[in-house]
Design a binder for this molecule. Structure first.
Ligand code: MIC
Ligand code: MG
Length: 297
């Protein structure tokens, strides 16, 4: 009720413990706070907050147009309603290394548990598109060192994503990841892996945990959580999945309303009012004020 009952520090600690455990952590993307509540109630390990989904929801492509303030506010709205750790996409860090340090502090202040920074140039693009460019190893390690320096809660997880697999090949991407881990990254996000063997190669080469991005319509096959766990991966994100599910349903429903003149034919596909109230835990607001939940559906 009224948001998370845990503190940000407790959620970060839980994430640290989870990453040190032997079970893969599953983080679906939350497109809004309500989705995060559902993710928690369905028993997932954490909530991912996607830059791609957020920019799409704002009506623009994922090319770094959303601002640090917008992203932080969105992250805060989500992290404050869930007891799960929340992991946010910080793109290239919103500027030069000094800006990256400040980005980390704002994300900490917003109650987030983790973020990832990527080695793409600006303007960045979705990691599963062709023609990406990356900055030099030196520049990316500067970003990471600045992030680590800016961090005030040592349990805030800083993840380094490398988009170099496509342009530089697997061995070079692994070398980059090693340099990023040496610079202080707690978790490595190898973007757009071609197969399970590539995840395995990263996991074998590195002492820090590995994240797998199971985004649909991308370069990676959709492996199961247990396949990824067997390949040595500690965390999997389903970043844009809830947006795609919702938008697929919204488009089908709107088309039917347009064509049939009523939504009656799609009502059975909707979340009911009763179910919505259950997810929101409407009833428990009665403990504050017994006049709140005194109606019948
Ligand atoms: C993970 C990602 O950075 C995101 O913003 O969610 C995207 C996902 C996508 O566009 O499918 C990515 O670059 O992989
Ligand atoms: Mg992104």
């Amino acid at each position: 009720m009224l948001g998370a009952t845990s503190t940000a520090a407790e959620r970060r600690l839980a994430l640290r413990k989870g990453l040190a455990g032997d079970q893969i952590l599953r983080f679906p993307g939350a497109i809004n706070p309500l989705t995060a509540q559902l993710i928690e109630q369905l028993g997932f390990d954490g909530v991912y907050i996607s830059g791609g989904a957020f920019s799409a929801a704002m009506g623009v492509p994922d090319i770094g147009l959303t601002t640090l303030s917008e992203v932080t506010e969105h992250g805060q709205q989500i992290s404050r309603v869930t007891n799960l750790p929340s992991f946010i996409d910080a793109d290239t860090g919103f500027g030069e290394p000094m800006n990256v340090a400040r980005t980390i502090q704002l994300l900490e202040d917003a109650g987030l548990s983790a973020c990832h920074l990527e080695d793409q140039v600006n303007p960045k693009r979705c990691g599963h598109l062709d023609g990406k460019d990356v900055v030099s190893i030196e520049e990316m390690t500067k970003r990471i060192r600045a992030a680590v320096q800016g961090r005030r809660d040592e349990n805030f997880v800083i993840s380094a994503r490398t988009d170099s697999r496509a342009g530089e090949g697997l061995p070079a991407a692994i070398d980059r990841a090693k340099a990023y881990a040496d610079a202080g990254a707690d978790l490595i996000f190898p973007e757009a892996m071609k197969d399970l063997g590539e995840f395995e190669a990263f996991a074998e080469a590195l002492d820090v945990p590995i994240l797998a991005n199971m985004t649909e319509f991308g370069k990676s096959e959709l492996f199961t959580a247990s396949q990824l766990q067997d390949a040595g991966v500690q965390m999997v994100i389903y970043p844009v999945t809830t947006l795609r599910l919702a938008m697929g349903a919204i488009e089908a429903g709107l088309t039917q309303i347009r064509d049939e003149g009523t939504q009656a034919g799609v009502v059975d596909k909707m979340q009911t009012r009763a179910r919505l109230y259950e997810v929101l835990d409407y009833e428990s607001y009665n403990s504050f004020d017994s006049d709140v939940f005194n109606f019948t559906l």
